[in-house]
Design a protein. Sequence first.
Length: 149
Amino acid sequence: MTVATFLLQALASLLAIITFLIVLNVQRSMLVPGGVLGMSIWLLYLLLKEPTNVILATFIAAVIGSCISQIMSIIYKTPAVVFALAILAPLVPGYLSYRTTSFFVTADFSHAISSAMLVMMLALVISIGMASGTVLLKLYNHLRKGRAS
């Protein structure tokens, strides 16, 4: 990936995620922090996708994004769902879901089934990654409090 492509991906993802947050009626002061978080997660996903695979890159991005969204919700004193939406936007396999539906409509069932399995795996990986990030952060806080006392 060239530097120009990387910067274009960054700008496009930032604008897309901010637009997504506007559509979901997120408060105006959280648009830029949420957009930057979502952009960062998208760029992390892109960097991890080449040396690993789509599933592992999605999982790692979801875990890291979940941890950061919890931290940002504390910093900005706002519900974590605002930042969770920002990290879900780039990770959800929308185009792949569209292609799966297209395969079913055109009766290309072999591609449809394999594509549907990948969509389901990615959905599972995203939810497990988001939950794991939250659990890891709570575990970290628990262990940190245990050492302090």
